[in-house]
Design a protein around this ligand. Structure first.
Ligand code: T3D
Length: 261
């Protein structure tokens, strides 16, 4: 069985991390397949949204630690190679993908697995799921964008404590703190995730891509720079067919039929 499953239906590319016996801990093969799936999502017009989740009782337990030889006498491992080759490109790919990515966190999301979820655009979590910045438990620093996104989502005080203590954060608490969008019942998670992804897949895809650009740029921009960016992105959105359709549908008092163009 492949360690990442990919299927396509109704405009949604569904990507499932699939090593349940390891709580979907990431190894190079999974990284490769995950990257391929995200490249496909970027390139194929028909793909208008992505749904990411995990098989079994976990979402993703981060880096597969069984692949790291830390036995006495083993050579020191240069972890920057792993980040440079796998984790950083993965987070950049997710952020730059001009299509919405929904993440359905079906169980534990630990280490880079937690930050992989947080790099997605809309995060739903099952009620029994939890998030752990488990890096400090093994002497590491949060990666996969964790030190960037956590303080921005929950503020420095909470981000720092999450990173230093490596404690479990329940899905409910994560939603309350603004780390994720919503908590749903475990049994309903995948169907609600798919419903949301399908809703997005019927939306104005180009506009969504521009919304992502604006949102991601905002934390590094002054208000002036952001206003200029909004002007430029709105010009682009206004040239889209979906804008014409949206306004026409409004005037004709009917639901819009967006084509993602
Ligand atoms: O190295 C680099 O490339 C640098 C980049 C690092 C990025 C990172 O993600 S570092 C952080 C790595 N992840 C962790 O430290 C989390 C390790 N896992 C855990 O702390 C716990 O497993 C969980 C809290 C996630 C879940 O606990 P629990 O009690 O529900 O399950 P469990 O029994 O610990 O795990 C179930 C199985 O999954 C178990 O296998 P076994 O004993 O039944 O054969 C366990 O070993 C395996 N597993 C869980 N996490 C990992 C893993 N195997 C390999 N790597 C893992 N990360």
């Amino acid at each position: 069985m492949l360690p990442v499953l990919v299927s396509f239906d109704s405009g949604v590319l569904q990507v499932t991390l699939n090593r349940p016996e390891k709580l979907n801990a990431l190894n190079p093969e999974m990284h490769k397949l995950l990257r391929q799936a995200l490249e496909r999502a970027a390139e194929e017009r028909e793909v208008r949204a992505v749904l990411l989740s995990g098989a079994g009782r976990g979402f993703c337990a981060g880096q597969d630690l069984s692949e790291r030889d830390v036995s006495p006498g083993a050579a020191p491992i240069d972890l920057s190679v792993s980040l440079g080759s796998y984790y950083n490109p993965l987070v950049r790919r997710l952020r730059e993908l001009p299509k919405p990515v929904v993440c359905a966190v079906n169980g534990v999301a630990a280490g880079a697995g937690a930050n992989l979820a947080l790099a997605c655009d809309i995060v739903l979590a099952g009620r029994s799921a939890f998030f752990i910045q488990s890096f400090s438990r093994i002497g590491l620093v949060p990666d996969a964008g964790g030190t960037w996104i956590l303080p921005r989502l929950v503020g420095k005080a909470r981000a720092m404590a999450l990173a230093l203590l490596g404690e479990k954060l329940s899905a409910e608490q994560a939603a309350e703190w603004g780390l994720i969008w919503k908590v749903v019942d475990d049994e309903a998670l995948l169907s609600q995730g798919m419903e949301l992804a399908k809703q997005l897949a019927e939306g104005p895809t180009r506009g969504y891509g521009l919304i992502k650009k604006a949102m991601h740029a905002s934390s590094g921009n002054s208000l002036d720079a952001q206003l200029d960016l909004e002007r430029d992105l709105q010009r682009e959105a206004g040239y889209s067919e979906d804008y014409r359709e949206g306004v026409t549908a409004f005037k004709e008092k009917r639901p819009p039929r967006f084509k993602g163009k």
